[in-house]
Write a protein that binds this ligand. Sequence first.
Ligand code: ZN
Length: 429
Amino acid sequence: MNKMIGLDIHNLASELWPLNRSITGEGTRETLRIISKHIPNLCIKSVPSGTNVFDWKIPKEWYVKEAYIITPNGEKICDFSKNNLHLLGYSISFKGEISLKKLKNHLYTLPEIPDAIPYITSYYEERWGFCLSHNQFESLKEGNYIVHIDTKKFNGVLNYGELLVKGNRKEEIFLSTFICHPSMANDQLSGPTVLTYLVKWIMQLKNPEYSYRIVFIPETIGSITYLSLHYKEMKNKVIAGFCISCIGDERSFSYVPSRNGETMSDVVAKHVLYWTDHNYKSYTWLDRGSDERQYCAPGIDLPVASIMRSRYTHFREYHTSLDDLKNVVTPKGLDGGYWVLRRAIEAIERNKKYKVTVLCEPQMSKRGLYPTLSTKTSVQTVKLMMNFISLSDGKTSLIEIANKLNMPIWKLYDLVDKLESHDLITAYE
Ligand code: ZN
């Protein structure tokens, strides 16, 4: 492998870190603009507030000018400009002087992790509030506090990014990530940044077999919106897909199946994860938590699985200020996440059925495919080649052959290319 791509992905995550992403608003648009510097063809779409999407309605757009609290001592705390997690997501405006007792009704903390600022939102219920560490909360003194929240909710738009890449076939591989959380790393920036670099790789593929549909959307409301516009077409075209999130730490690999559990995405995810980390964590459909909830909903039924590192809700720093780009998400973690997904996509691209072109075993020596010197390695190479040919019946897919041979699919690519170049096998489907 060449230079660690995780370093570039980590740099992009650092650039996106400070933006105040939410399900709507300028931080999300700016995130899409920065991503589109890497993916010039990314189309940034807008859907107006109030639009009905299946059972939901696009909410008003949220704008934050500033938000902070002044303590009785005159100290500025919970300053949104220092950390955007301090402000309750979608908080309404409030300006006034109130007692600590009253203020406490609007403060959110996480007593079990007392040094973390929790990430909390109230999209669909009008509230104002701040989030702070439990340690800071405990240190607040009696007295009057000046609360200053200058926000606006107005009829605006919900934005998402979409890219369609044409391949040889009209069947599509669908890749989705969310862009609606503020400054957090594994459960936010790892997804869109890894996907950005995967798209850069996909765009330079010379001859992609499949077409690609790629979306950067706000979680839940965004996927529901996107499906409400495209699900019929997607049901006809999408043959595999992945939700990409929580893909940047170094602790584990994990998998959440599609609802069906046996789609191409599931087969490939399990294969690639197993050969990346025999001890990867396998969850069930009941452990779902991100946009697969919509993609696999009854009647939508898309073949979408999730390949992750430490899964949402299952790591200590989840939805807090501790989910950062230093201690949780690292270049190495992002690198591993990128490669496991790239291998999964590549496996789908290359998962054809091959058939040997001669009856009985082909004579390898007249084609120069049989080593003239018998060493331990050459014996293994020949054994693998003959095993592969013996399984190339035109009915067994490459991933099934790899499973039968008990090896990762990517270790077969060179052999397939070699046998194809000697016209010893031909590809079906
Ligand atoms: Zn989340």
